[in-house]
Design a binder for this molecule. Structure first.
Ligand code: ZN
Ligand code: ZN
Ligand code: ZN
Length: 364
């Protein structure tokens, strides 16, 4: 278990709250709560909520039956458990008290926010995202280390897949095999494995199904899992037998686009410029209409988080940000090609966490 500096995170959150004149921050299900406290709530209908005042002791309100899962030795907050017959909304409303402005984490169930708003008509509720994002978007060295381990486990699996047998197996079966390989090779929890063969590759988030892979198929494999809660996410291309010239050509374009985007990464560069760099290469090659998604997304405790590498996001990249670079070209009815790596923004530019070969792997 990695020991994070939760007290330091709380201090930084409180400084952000003070700057924004926020009296209390409320964190429920989702990744903001474990980021701030080390405790991840099950997404239950029973309310778990950290009440973090700008000054004074943070309190974690938790269903009695969950209390045993909380490690209280962190010492940064106290625990208030509630039993099945308690009115938990009154309990939390009492802790919020006369706060004029409360921030609440984005993934809190709407039902609880609505009940709190009704109980506290004098309190203005705002999204906590400006505060939690400001903290979570810059990864600490211990977080980068976990992302690196997750990435290297995925790379090991990419290497094994280059020697894997695909022909005659369904996409769903290969997807399960990849999950097994991840967990045998350093990933704690396999998260997802998109296996999109032949024309299915033209659908970026294809759900692996019963289609049986055969000679001549192109295969998009996009997979990842977590180490210590931090994710991997990489995409590599496989081809059963020699690919046709056109496939090679499109693959080279995507590879060049990915390289151009990665070369653009540096502190102070707007996120949208990285997207533009990839898009420019693909558009110049005549495939602009077939690059149908943003170039990337941040990664950390969530598989998709800030910063989003997308046109319109003028947020400046900074040292310690972690995100994917994953341009693609999707030709309906034919095939799809995407190449994805996770990078860390450093003073010297992008540090790739994925090092497995980006060439097409020719497989059986
Ligand atoms: Zn995706
Ligand atoms: Zn992916
Ligand atoms: Zn991704």
């Amino acid at each position: 278990m990695t020991a994070f500096d939760y007290a330091g995170r709380l201090d930084r959150a409180r400084r952000q709250m003070a700057e924004r004149k926020v009296d209390v921050l409320l964190a429920s299900v989702g990744s903001d709560l474990p980021y701030l406290t080390g405790y991840r709530a099950m997404p239950l209908e029973r309310l778990t909520m950290a009440v973090i005042p700008q000054q004074g002791e943070p309190i974690l309100v938790i269903p009695e039956l969950e209390a045993a899962r909380v490690a209280t030795d962190a010492g940064t907050f106290s625990v208030r458990s509630w039993s099945e017959t308690d009115d938990v909304i009154s309990l939390v409303a009492g802790l919020i008290g006369g706060a004029s402005t409360a921030m609440i984490t984005d993934q809190t169930w709407a039902v609880f926010l609505l009940a709190l708003q009704e109980a506290l008509p004098g309190t203005a509720f705002r999204s906590a995202r400006p505060v939690t994002e400001a903290l979570r978007i810059i990864k600490e060295p211990a977080e980068i280390e976990l992302l690196r381990r997750a990435g290297s486990s995925a790379d090991t699996v990419a290497g094994l897949l280059a020697a894997h047998r695909f022909a005659g197996k369904s996409e769903a079966r290969v997807s399960r095999e990849i999950a097994g390989l991840l967990e045998e090779n350093g990933t704690d929890v396999a998260g997802f494995a998109i296996v999109a063969s032949g024309p299915n590759g033209a659908s970026p988030h294809h759900e692996p199904g019963e289609r049986v892979i055969r000679e001549g198929d192109a295969i998009v494999i996009d997979f990842g899992g977590t180490v210590g809660g931090y994710g991997s996410d990489t995409t590599r291309m496989f081809h059963v037998g020699e690919p046709p010239a056109r496939y090679r050509e499109v693959h080279e374009i995507v590879r060049a686009a990915q390289r151009a985007a990665i070369d653009t990464v540096a502190p102070g560069v707007p996120a949208e410029s990285v997207d533009a760099a990839a898009r420019k290469v693909i558009t110049a090659a005549g495939y602009g209409d077939y690059f149908i998604h943003r170039t990337g997304h941040g990664i950390g405790l969530d598989g998709h988080e800030d910063p989003y590498i997308v046109a319109g996001n003028d947020q400046l990249l900074d040292v310690g940000m972690a995100f994917s670079i994953e341009p693609g070209i999707y030709l309906p009815g034919e095939f799809g090609i995407r190449i994805e790596d996770i990078v860390i923004c450093t003073e010297a530019g992008a540090d790739r966490l994925n090092r497995s070969p980006r060439s097409v792997a020719i497989v059986d």
